[in-house]
Design a protein around this ligand. Structure first.
Ligand code: V4E
Length: 215
């Protein structure tokens, strides 16, 4: 398991130019994401994001660890999520969240294929395709992605993956240095693709997540 530390930014022509000057465009690829939750949104209302991308399952959950830079501007602009990619562990965690909300979910799952989804009453609530251009900088372990989602939203993200128990503070510092190189000056958190998607296609759920400070 690793922790993804990430800062989103709005990408304009200047940012793109700077990126091309200071970095190297490593690759462009496309993926289709399908996000799953129960009809009552038990997962996302606990800030847990279950998705299938390129045939693989991923669960993003909030991390509880604190760092000394917790109050800093740099930390406030970043999100931190545990990224779980091991399917049995995903199923266990999803079961635990559902169990906290509803008593009759079984813990042990040994179901064929994707039968666990219907067993756990999980349905796809959002899906979209993204074209991503990824850049890497000299700064070790920093990746910059420029995402163009098919519903018309474009967002950049500076991302550092930290192994479990690793140094989140140094990841925040790397992200801050990268943001400065890119000339990012804003002090507002930038919306992710899911924020914009839900605002447009499921405003009721979006409002609920906003009111609970999940988005
Ligand atoms: C909405 C959300 C999550 C699901 C989507 O995560 P995100 O990092 O936006 O997607 P993507 O495609 O860039 O994933 P990657 O390829 O980097 O793994 S996970 C957490 N959230 C909540 C959330 C939030 N509250 N605030 C911001 C700015 N982003 C996400």
């Amino acid at each position: 398991m690793s922790v993804e530390v990430e800062r989103k930014f709005l990408c304009n022509a200047d940012t793109l130019k700077t990126l091309e000057e200071i970095g190297a465009s490593v690759r462009q690829h496309q993926f289709h994401d399908q996000y799953y939750d129960s009809p009552k949104f038990d997962l996302t209302l606990r800030d847990a994001w279950l998705r299938k991308r390129k045939g693989c399952w991923e669960l993003k959950c909030p991390t509880t660890e604190k760092t000394s830079g917790e109050q800093s501007k740099a930390a406030a602009l970043c999100t931190r999520y545990k990224e779980i990619t091991n399917l049995p562990e995903i199923q266990q965690r999803v079961t635990k969240i559902m169990k906290d909300n509803c008593e009759d979910t079984e813990t042990s799952l040994s179901l064929e294929g994707e039968a666990w989804l219907s067993k756990m009453n999980l349905v796809c609530f959002a899906e979209f395709t993204t074209v991503r251009r990824s850049f890497v900088l000299e700064e070790e372990g920093v990746q910059i992605d420029l995402d163009q989602a098919d519903f018309g939203y474009c967002v950049g993200e500076i991302e550092v993956l930290v192994p479990e128990g690793g140094d989140v503070q140094s990841a925040l510092e790397k992200i801050e240095r990268t943001a400065q190189k890119l000339g990012l000056s804003g002090d507002q958190r930038i919306e992710g693709k899911m924020n914009v998607y839900l605002k447009r296609y499921n405003p009721k759920h979006y409002e609920k997540l906003m009111s609970q400070h999940i988005l």
